[in-house]
Design a protein around this ligand. Structure first.
Ligand SMILES: N[C@@H](CCC(=O)N[C@@H](CS)C(=O)NCC(=O)O)C(=O)O
Length: 210
């Protein structure tokens, strides 16, 4: 009997879904992506809320195991399918990856949220310029931290590509493609270009941001 195919719920325009899809692509997994969230709805249905009571995407179902929270899903898939590789064994290396994944979820992405919502999801006549500016300023502060970290490095955590590159790569894809003026970030742009050159990143990193 063949193993059940991994199922991923969520629209590809969601940055959190993008992390999971890129991870599955990077690992060469067979999966089925089911549209949910945004204009697709679904997330408020009782069936979906039984999987994720937060009514958010992404959710995965892996042979009966249901999981939500994108970074937890990325870690689960990497640890299941690439232990000692995409998910390393070394405790300190893992802590370094975890630290940058947490920073993406708690600092960088929240900083750019208002700029994204105002400039991409809100009609021009309803935009709040002050919210965009506050978000741009907070995002530049975070981008400066990542820029300094990436100077002289090929990857976010250690000497190899890791889940930290995936989740921060998705955040950088959004930040570097938002229709607003940004400070030049040569190290970040070099690293982002190297991610874009990975064949298995192409589905996600070619998804338009705006
Ligand atoms: N912390 C959650 C956040 C999930 C989240 O905010 N998802 C957004 C899309 S990025 C969502 O589901 N929005 C409602 C919708 O798409 O209908 C995660 O990382 O999975």
């Amino acid at each position: 009997m063949s193993a059940a195919v991994l199922r991923i719920w969520g629209r590809i325009s969601s940055v959190n879904v993008q992390k999971v899809v890129w991870t599955a692509d990077e690992l060469g997994l067979a999966y089925e992506r089911l549209e949910a969230g945004g204009a697709f709805g679904i997330v408020a249905t009782p069936e979906y809320r039984r999987m994720n009571p937060n009514s958010l995407v992404p959710v995965i179902e892996d042979d009966g195991f249901v999981l939500w929270e994108s970074n937890a899903i990325v870690r689960y898939l990497a640890a299941k399918h690439a232990p000692g590789a995409l998910w390393p064994d070394d405790l300190r290396r893992r802590a370094d990856i975890d630290r940058w994944m947490d920073w993406q979820a708690t600092t960088f992405t929240p900083a750019m949220r208002d700029a994204f919502w105002q400039l991409v999801r809100t009609p021009p006549e309803k935009r709040d310029a002050a919210a965009v500016e506050a978000s741009r300023t907070a995002s530049e502060k975070a981008a400066a931290v990542l820029e300094a970290h990436l100077a002289g490095r090929d990857f976010v955590a250690g000497e190899a590509f890791s889940p930290a590159d995936i989740v921060l790569g998705c955040a950088a894809h959004r930040w570097l493609n938002l229709p607003l003026a940004r400070q030049p970030r040569p190290a970040m742009e070099r690293w982002y270009a190297s991610l874009k050159a990975r064949p298995r990143a192409s589905q996600v990193l070619s998804t338009p941001v705006a």
